[in-house]
Design a protein around this ligand. Sequence first.
Ligand code: HEM
Length: 505
Amino acid sequence: MGGLSSLSLDTLCSRLNHYNAFMKLPGIISYLAALLLLISLLEPTLLLQARFTSNAPDIIKSGYEKFKDRPFVVRRFDADITILPHKYVAELCSAPASKLSAVKVQVANLVHRWTYSSFLEHSDLHFRVVERNLVPELPKYICVAKQEMEHAWLTCVPKPKDWTEVDIQHVVRTIVAQMSSRILIGLPTCRSPRWLDLALSFPADVNTTAFTLRASPPWLHPIVARLIPARYRMKRKIDLAKKMMKPLIDKWSGEKGKGKHEKDCTLLDWMMNNGDEKETRLGEMATRQCLLTLASIHTTSMATAHALFDLCSHPEWFSILEGEIDNTLKDLGPLDTEEGAREWLSRLEKMDSFLVESQRLHPPILLSPQREATVPLTLKDGTHIPKGCRIAWAVSSHLNEPHVTPNPEIFDPMRSYRKRYSSSDQWNKHLAGQTSADNLVFGYGRLACPGRAFAVAEVKVLLAKFLTEFHFKLPKGKNRLECKSADEIVFPDPNAKIMMKTKLG
Ligand code: HEM
């Protein structure tokens, strides 16, 4: 990896100083020199930015290895991102959101003006609903989601008697879309093929639109935005969401949530009960629901798919996880009561540890958390972060440091399990979905992913069902799942398939 792929802060500053020095030269020479410098600055910048688009994993890794305990900058088309050493995670992530903003990053990543998401600048209702409703009532919601999984299972999952190649990523995504939609908007809309199509395809349309816009200069956005077909598809889907949600919102307004059995309440009901006048308007609510599909469906289904592929690459773990599921079923019966849900899920502790290891190898976002300084900040050791600076941490590179994960090249899915059992005070640590300064897969601090506990529970429920009913293996000639990347986002090769056959005869 060439040295130009990442720039240290020092390098950037020295380039700007050179520029200032040139400007002190007299007359025409000064202009010519500045022009030359500008050309020399622009060309590598464009190249660096283009390389980041397709090669971010290598660029981040080589920058991390080169600069270790010093900040360095990676250049994305739309933003320079300063990657900080991990020693700053706790100090910075405890800074108030008014100084270090996650929202500014989120709306910039979405190129909000052109993706109908500007309302996120003034409303965090989608975050609050997950944090204050979904998570405290996790047992209720996971039972509801599990019921929905059983329903989706009948139509979405092939049941081949002989080994058959299956697009498992699509299968998992479809089930997760239905499970998530059940808790978001409830029955019967969550089963409507039109809604499910929307929930499955909206994320790809937003990502394509935002990705294309980020690659073009902001002054061209008014033109480029109008040329992106995915943006028109987004608009049509938001209109469809409005149409499908109008009767639900009208019904809620009529009843004000009263008379509805608590079991049937959805995240939409909570948002209608707790949002302000603007937040509960149809247009904003429909767009918010679409954006929640973006936050919840693909991340969770990718984690499930990765776990299945990791099992296929290390098949000796099938029997261990299957044994744990069998014992849990024998001791506790199926997961269908709210009262028993927490125990059921926490019994799957080997699976939990397996998920932590799988996520270590496949974090979906390589730069996390990402924040923007809204004021100049000076850290305890004197490091200065200028206003407007986008900062982030290199999740994967740090997790794979030998002092964080000994022998990181080895797939060892019982690492967390062993750490938990190493002493009684570690018992509640090292669990999937927990964040720490070393493990930033779900972000960090007050603004870390609010849906992580639900995501882990959903993945466990799905894996338990898949492993009870099917045998899996990789197609001939494959020994692991290839991944692709777009900027700092990493995802499984969309064409990767799995071989499966039913155990049920
Ligand atoms: C394996 C699955 C998931 C992963 C890896 C993941 C990862 C993340 C990460 C890295 C962040 C940024 C955190 C930060 O800046 O500190 C985030 C934010 C967020 N996540 Fe998750 N997440 C997952 C599942 C979910 C689920 C199931 C939900 C909802 C039910 C959810 C809802 C959110 C929300 C609302 C945010 C705030 C920002 C936004 O709207 O995107 N996530 N997630």
